[in-house]
Design a protein. Structure first.
Length: 313
């Protein structure tokens, strides 16, 4: 019995996203085709791989976890073999720094897409506060770093501008005359700096309720009604909701998301990854994971720009 490589690739995407629709977008196929591919694998192994309801993946079965481990190895060898035969295969390593809120985006899926197309590239990724990312990039500790800054700061190459908003849980509404409990990333985060600045200018009392470098922890604290946070509007999703004028909170500025290279000579893999991530950030409504070279052409045409860490080899 031979496994179908395309089916295995789709299965790993479904497992990573727990969504048939998102996996379908990534492989540029219909949701029904993705479902058929999973069914084909289940018929081959004679076991259920996913628990699902109405086409939505709910959770992996024990057999699904087992096949996923082998599937990743098979795909890695397949992609490395193909890449090694290509004359223009991307090789080398990239030390990449990203803001903590990247984990509220499709960042891990973007990295998976880049690695699928460029298996010989090695990525070393660290999430940190924007201020730290800037300083360390200037010292040459990163080959490439994305960071947030005030609009018009003129540092790095701007990818997009985002509106900051106040976000709270479904049932949290502070009294107009009460101190605002804040849920924040650690010091050095641009969101934190703009939050405190806005409250001080409006002379609204506040206190820190919860601090974490983890986006998921921050989101959970908001959902559990421990206080209010500030995020880019695109990052506010259920169970969080946008609040503001109705509870007497001051207006917030727009911010820029930009990138900067380290001082060392930029390799081709660094440049390709830069354009790929920039393209992903500006096309978050349609995350179809184009090849890095395609993404680079699109961005060039349009523009002519303690902490979690891990490595992907």
């Amino acid at each position: 019995m031979n496994f179908d490589i395309d089916c295995l690739r789709t299965f790993t995407l479904v497992a990573d996203t727990m969504s048939f629709s998102r996996a379908a977008q990534m492989v540029c196929r219909s949701q029904s085709t993705v479902s058929q591919q999973i069914n084909k694998l289940e018929r081959q192994v004679g076991k259920r791989l996913l628990h699902r309801r109405k086409g939505r993946a709910i959770e992996m079965t024990a057999e699904g976890h087992r096949l996923l481990q082998f599937g990743r190895k098979i795909l890695q060898l397949n992609d490395e073999a193909y890449s090694s035969m290509a004359d223009d295969a991307l090789t080398g390593s990239v030390r990449l720094g990203v803001p903590l809120d990247f984990f509220g985006r499709n960042f891990t899926a973007w990295l998976a897409g880049f690695k699928t197309q460029n298996p010989m590239a090695a990525l070393e990724v660290e999430a940190n506060q924007s201020d730290n990312l800037l300083k360390r990039t200037e010292r040459g500790e990163f080959d490439l770093a994305f960071f947030k800054q005030e609009s018009g700061a003129r540092r790095g190459t701007v990818v997009l501008r985002e509106q900051l908003v106040w976000a709270a849980g479904r049932n949290f509404t502070p009294a107009l005359d009460s101190s605002i409990p804040l849920i924040l990333f650690p010091e050095g985060c641009a969101y934190r700096r703009f939050t405190i600045s806005a409250l001080r200018k409006s002379r609204r009392s506040w206190h820190i309720s919860f601090v974490s470098p983890s986006f998921e922890c921050l989101k959970t604290a908001v959902a559990e009604n421990h206080g209010i946070t500030v995020l880019a509007r695109t990052l506010v999703s259920a169970p969080m909701r946008e609040v503001g004028h109705q509870v007497g909170l001051p207006p917030l500025p727009t911010i820029e998301l930009a990138y900067m290279y380290g001082h060392k000579h930029r390799s081709r893999v660094v440049t390709e990854l830069t354009h790929y991530l920039a393209n992903s950030l500006t096309n978050t409504d349609a995350p179809q994971m184009p090849h890095a070279r395609t993404a680079a052409r699109r961005v060039r045409a349009a523009a002519e720009p303690t902490t979690p860490s891990w490595s992907i080899d």
